[in-house]
Ligand binder design. Structure first.
Ligand code: SF4
Length: 317
């Protein structure tokens, strides 16, 4: 067991220290009973314990929304920020401390509406961090308004007769951004697939974007109901370089072979169909990572002082 207070204060971490899932838990999660956020939290705690990520070197950043309460429930460093602004905070952390493991948790409203500009540009910057976008198709925290990903026709408090427009497709959108390097989709109700997807995202070098289809029994209880009850509604993307599906094949029998290095095929598979498609759409680890490229262009502190003095000397009398 770790001595969390001591390690967080940086007053000495034993070499043989190890952390269990319970060590990463913090407080009582105050999401509704049956909310998919609980399953995601468990999957993340499993990852933290499996990878033995030191709490004092791990940061969770979030914006505003139900899922954005995430940092309160993980015993690491955390930053619960402003609506839509999780990514700029996270990229700031990463640029200052590239050695830290940075996770970002956003909802669909947070990411795809007010934070959309940050989403697009951080995808292009491709910083090395893991992004979990929990998509329940509604603004839940503010009690049921149509979100950018609400499917057309889904009733809410703001559009009671059903969402006027077709929902935005976060997978297609992310795939379309220049320099996008990791795009995956999973569902909170399949714990093993969820864990394997988060694990693959964590090990990816670059910006890994995971859309997690998330149950909201309070406001969008029917949204993923068919897929939860009937495995035939789900189609797994399978490939040796994709998300491992060992143990799931027997339950989820619909498979489509997809090489995640094939961007064109990823775009085609991302289009909405009758089935809910889960797995790794795209991965490319050879793309430039912003903090690495940037460091090549930065001058050392000594060189900066030298240049500054040279400039000041130009004006010396
Ligand atoms: Fe979860 Fe929905 Fe409740 Fe929010 S409103 S905590 S998303 S079930």
């Amino acid at each position: 067991m770790m001595e969390m207070g001591c390690s967080l204060l940086g007053c000495g971490v034993e070499d043989d220290q190890s952390w269990s899932m319970d060590d990463y838990a913090s407080g009582t999660a105050r999401w509704c009973p049956g909310c998919g956020d609980h399953a995601v939290l468990t999957g993340v705690e499993r990852l933290l314990a499996a990878e033995q990520l030191a709490p004092e070197r791990t940061v969770f950043v979030s914006g505003i929304g139900c899922s954005s309460r995430f940092p309160h429930y993980v015993n690491t460093y955390g930053f619960h920020g402003l609506h839509g602004r999780a990514l700029p905070v996270a990229i700031g952390v990463k640029l200052r401390r590239p050695d830290l493991d940075v996770f970002v948790v956003m909802g669909d409203g947070d990411c795809c509406s007010i934070g959309a500009g940050h989403w697009i540009h951080t995808t292009r910057y491709n910083p090395n961090m893991t992004v979990l976008m929990l998509d329940n198709g509604v603004y839940g925290l503010t009690k049921n308004q149509t979100s950018p990903t609400s499917p057309q026709g889904l009733p809410s408090m703001t559009q009671p007769k059903g969402a006027y427009l077709p929902g935005l497709n976060p997978i297609s959108t992310t795939l379309s951004v220049t320099n996008a390097s990791f795009v995956a989709q999973t569902g909170d109700w399949i714990p093993e697939h969820l864990y394997q997807t988060i694990r693959a995202a964590y090990h990816h070098r670059g910006f890994s974007f995971v859309r997690i289809l998330q149950r909201c029994p309070k406001f969008t209880d029917k949204l993923f109901m068919d897929a939860v009850r009937d495995p035939n509604v789900v189609e797994l993307m399978v490939h040796p370089n994709g998300i491992p599906t060992t143990g799931l094949d027997e339950i989820y029998k619909n498979h489509v072979e997809h090489d995640p290095s094939d961007l064109q095929s990823a775009h085609r598979l991302a289009e909405l169909g009758e089935k809910i498609r889960l797995g790794l759409f795209y991965q490319n680890e050879s793309l430039p990572v912003y903090e690495e490229v940037r460091s090549e262009h930065l001058q050392s502190a000594d060189r900066k002082i030298e240049l500054l003095n040279e400039e000041l000397d130009r004006y010396a009398v």
